[in-house]
Design a protein around this ligand. Structure first.
Ligand code: XMP
Length: 532
């Protein structure tokens, strides 16, 4: 395992990703992590970048023990400066903040013709890299030598003379450093000697064993499924581990996509064998949503109602189990529901481990908060070590069909935040049909996997049109499709004109009540992905 200590750079999680892509398990921890509190010994340590300057009075610093434990250390950007600073090197502000591409000249060792440092072994004499820093090393620390330089940074890459300590000013973890992943590979594979045993096949086996151990021979687990990738994969994994002792609950809140509850039931329950109950609570949700236009109000109502319905269902399951228990011989006693499954992913975990304390940006919809208090359920989070693409790989191995594995994200409040006015059954039906046609045509055109998220929005206005010889006065559908890495920023997708034409023509012809279709060409920022 590689330990990555995070000093708050926006790229820290990418270092973790790159290691894992090399099949080496890596874990990100806050830079304030004390080495003596670690429960495992890393094979190598990587120090991340940071928005701070090592001389700032509130700058984060690493446990000095890191350099005493006899494992290789790689400092990236701030990590390099921190390492040098600890070794009494000098760091100074650059004349110009350096941001963008640079060329690293790889240094030959001791004037030799061919030999270069192990960190850059076989990567050529010159490497294009991405720089993003305001400080740089102005003096080499004692017992270090230069292994790479750029025009403006004489100490762009350094190594200790006798210990496996390395520092690089550039960011090998970003895709703008084309050979960056190989540099990380040289470090974790060749220098640290990590084994390449982080694969999804290994993960499944270990995680199933862990779940069985945690839940014991009788413990039971409940969890919500939504029709999205994460909850489906988590549910299938739980089913593999403890079979019928896992109960999945899907709440039909009346603002799902067309036939969604039915499709999830077919797939998870019929095809994959997961113990699933679909609760149709659409009446309750829609009655509570009646007349509400404010988006935050809609979110709150849906969130709270979800908790009510889920709790009620969980209590029912519990009561049924107790009845069974009474009937069964005492040796076959079923356990109580002790656990709540959550599909938490690694990015959520990372967000909450920052050295600055838990981030305030964690969204409330990640928690089913109220439940835990009343039912005293403990959380079980089998995906908490995984990135999204790892969850997809896991889903494929568990036999989850490709269209679901690749499915675009769908917000918890569903179509309620895509109907800009009040939510009624009629409006939901119109939007479901339009959305379904849109997604169908995107799939037919083979574009679905190039788009990060696509959906239709029902606008709260009417426009004039003409059909046959008659004037119409009907509603408008807006189409949205974006490409995005992380949904923090997003750009609108450029469709071929004929695809848009087909979608528009089908929606206006097939969906009663719509006579006009527009395409949203706003990026995020300044717009957001959703309209509400
Ligand atoms: P925005 O609109 O904030 O969307 O640019 C970014 C991503 O977040 C999703 N989103 C939500 N997901 N509950 C959710 O579960 C919500 O209330 C919510 N609002 C936005 C959105 O679909 C996009 O993927």
């Amino acid at each position: 395992t590689i330990l990555i200590l995070d000093f708050g750079s926006q790229y820290s999680h990418l270092i973790t990703r790159r290691c894992r892509e090399l099949n080496v398990y890596a874990e990100l921890m806050p830079c304030t992590q004390r080495i003596k509190d670690l429960r495992w010994k890393p094979k190598g340590i990587i120090l991340s970048g940071s928005p701070y300057s090592v001389y700032d009075s509130d700058a984060p610093h690493v446990d000095p023990e890191v350099f005493e434990m006899d494992v290789p250390v790689l400092g990236i950007c701030y990590g390099l400066q921190e390492m040098a600073w600890k070794m009494e090197g000098k760091v100074a502000q650059c004349d110009h903040r350096e941001y963008g591409f640079a060329k690293v000249q790889v240094s030959k060792i001791n004037g030799s013709n061919s030999s270069v440092d192990a960190l850059f072994d076989g990567l050529g004499e010159e490497m294009e890299v991405w720089m993003s820093h305001g400080d740089q090393l102005s003096e080499l620390p004692a017992n270090f030598h230069i292994i790479g330089r750029t025009k403006t940074a004489p100490y762009a890459a350094i190594a200790h003379n006798s210990k496996p300590f390395y520092g690089i000013q550039f960011h090998p973890e970003v895709s703008h450093s084309p050979r960056g992943k190989e540099v990380i590979g040289r470090f974790v594979l060749n220098i640290c000697g990590c084994r390449t045993n982080w694969t999804m096949e290994e993960f499944i086996g270990k995680e199933i064993a862990r779940i069985r151990e945690v839940c014991g021979p009788k413990g039971r687990v409940i969890g919500a499924v939504s029709g999205g990738v994460d909850s489906s994969v988590a549910a299938k994994l739980m089913h593999e581990a403890i079979g019928e002792r896992f109960h999945a609950i899907m709440v039909d809140n009346g603002v799902l996509r067309l036939n969604e509850a039915q499709q999830v039931n077919e797939m998870l329950n019929k095809d994959l064998g997961v113990n699933l109950t679909v609760v149709d609570a659409s009446e309750l949700f829609l009655s509570r949503l009646a007349g509400v236009e404010d988006p935050e109000q809609k979110r709150k109502i849906i969130g709270n109602t979800f908790i009510n319905v889920f709790e009620e269902q969980a209590t029912k399951i519990e009561a049924e189990a107790e009845k069974e228990e009474e009937l069964a011989a005492s040796t076959e006693k079923k356990g109580k529901i002790e656990w709540l499954l959550q599909g938490t992913l690694y990015p959520d975990v990372i967000e909450s481990i920052s050295f600055k304390g838990p981030s305030a940006t964690i969204k409330t919809h990640h928690n089913v908060g109220g439940l835990l208090k009343d039912m005293k359920l403990k959380l079980i989070e089998p995906l908490r070590e995984l990135f999204k693409d790892e969850v997809r790989a896991l889903g494929r191995l568990l036999g989850i069909p490709e269209p679901l594995v690749q499915r675009h994200p769908f917000p918890g409040p569903g179509l309620a935040i895509r109907i800009l006015g009040p939510v009624t059954r009629e409006q939901v039906k119109i939007l479901q049909q339009a959305d379904n046609i849109y997604i169908e045509e995107i799939r037919n055109a083979g574009l679905y996997n190039q788009i990060s998220q696509a959906f239709a929005v029902l606008l709260p206005i009417k426009a004039v049109g003409v059909m046959g010889d008659k004037r119409t006065y009907e509603q408008v559908i807006a189409l949205r499709a974006v490409q995005s890495e992380d949904f923090m920023t997003a750009d609108w997708f450029v469709f071929p004109a004929d695809v848009l034409r087909r979608i528009s023509s089908r929606i206006t012809n097939e969906v009663a009540g719509i006579n006009r279709v527009t395409y949203d060409i706003s990026s995020k920022p300044p717009a957001t992905v959703e309209w509400l």
